[in-house]
Design a binder for this molecule. Structure first.
Ligand SMILES: Nc1ncnc2c1ncn2[C@@H]1O[C@H](COP(=O)(O)OP(=O)(O)OP(=O)(O)O)[C@@H](O)[C@H]1O
Length: 311
């Protein structure tokens, strides 16, 4: 069964002036760890708010566990956990008080479902008397996750849970999600970090309210239609400027210390000859290689294809 269904969902704001979600359809299977991947303003929060019954769509239907997000909102609210992008915690309440508060809201107790949160809560238990406002980002994130889990939800919605959190806490967080998944919970998580996409079973790449691709991370990357090259030189800015002036190049963008390049034609490009051409143009310490695309490369490619398709 599908745990989450979006069927041609559209959402606008400001009397239709802002199109936040544009005819989105997708399904998440029960027990899946599904990622909604896209930059700020892509429409991720709007989708989460529709699925958690906090926002009405303009058009389309949405369902969670077979329940309609409009008609069955009360039943959905009981059966889902939601960790909003900006922390949902009460800053003046302590760690223990926050957790107790959320348990009481759902008519349960911390003890009733303690096995589900135990591994996560044990990590913040030494600070149980500390006010939430005085916790580090990583600890707030763990507490917010415990609060979203305390009523044992069947589906967990996590909106950018790792934004603003340090690298170690991010890694730990994804480990926790894997454990929760093993316990049968369906997880829908959004992130602007493309490197986190590979940690999901399936992903939807979203931009300007539209889904550009839905598949496993491996298949999204495998669908990259052309060869991808990485070029570097001592002066990366100068290199980028001269590559942008080359008509045979279809796309080029800075990517870490390299520039990623695709060509208009798929003829074999002699790496050595290209390196020599760039050196003859005055570029120093030139390095050219063929690379495998990442999710971010796929995202950029799909975005460009979308832009090119626009009239
Ligand atoms: N209440 C609102 N009124 C007007 N415009 C809004 C409102 N909420 C969101 N928007 C706009 O709708 C679009 C989608 O926003 P949304 O918050 O759903 O995206 P997001 O991917 O979650 O990004 P972010 O991480 O920045 O929240 C953006 O252009 C945003 O500015």
């Amino acid at each position: 069964m599908n745990a989450v269904v979006l069927d041609h969902i559209t959402k606008t704001y400001d009397a239709g002036k802002v199109l936040a979600v544009d005819d989105v359809s997708l399904q998440v299977a029960a027990g899946e760890l599904f990622g909604l991947i896209g930059p700020d303003g892509a429409g991720k929060t709007s989708i989460f708010r529709i699925l958690t019954t906090l926002l009405l769509p303009d058009k389309g239907h949405a369902a969670v566990n077979g329940l309609d997000c409009v008609k069955d909102y009360k039943a959905i609210r009981r059966s889902v956990g939601y960790m909003p992008g900006r922390f949902s915690l009460y800053q003046d309440l302590t760690v223990a008080e926050n957790l107790h508060f959320f348990a009481t809201l759902f008519g349960t107790t911390i003890e009733a479902n303690y096995s589900l949160i135990k591994d996560i809560y044990e990590q913040i238990k030494p600070f149980s008397g500390r006010r939430a406002g005085k916790l580090s980002g990583g600890m707030k994130q763990k507490l917010a996750l415990c609060c979203a889990l305390v009523h044992k939800p069947e589906v967990l919605f996590l909106d950018e849970p790792t934004t603003g959190v340090d690298a170690v806490s991010r890694k730990e967080f994804w480990e926790m999600l894997k454990t929760l998944k093993q316990q049968g919970i369906t997880i829908v998580v959004s992130t602007p970090y493309m490197d986190e996409a590979v940690l999901c079973e399936r992903i939807a790449l979203i931009q300007d309210g539209r889904i550009m691709s839905v598949d496993t991370p491996a298949k999204v990357v495998a669908a990259f239609p052309v060869k991808l090259y990485a070029v570097k030189a001592a002066d990366i800015y100068r290199l980028l400027t001269s590559l942008r002036g080359d008509n045979s190049i279809s796309s080029c963008y800075a990517f870490g210390e390299y520039v990623h390049v695709t060509f208009r034609d798929e003829a074999a490009h002699d790496l050595q000859a290209w390196q020599q051409t760039l050196a003859a143009q005055g570029h120093e310490q030139v390095e050219v290689k063929i690379i495998s695309p990442s999710i971010e490369d796929s995202f950029i490619r799909l975005m460009q294809e979308k832009q090119n398709a626009q009239p």
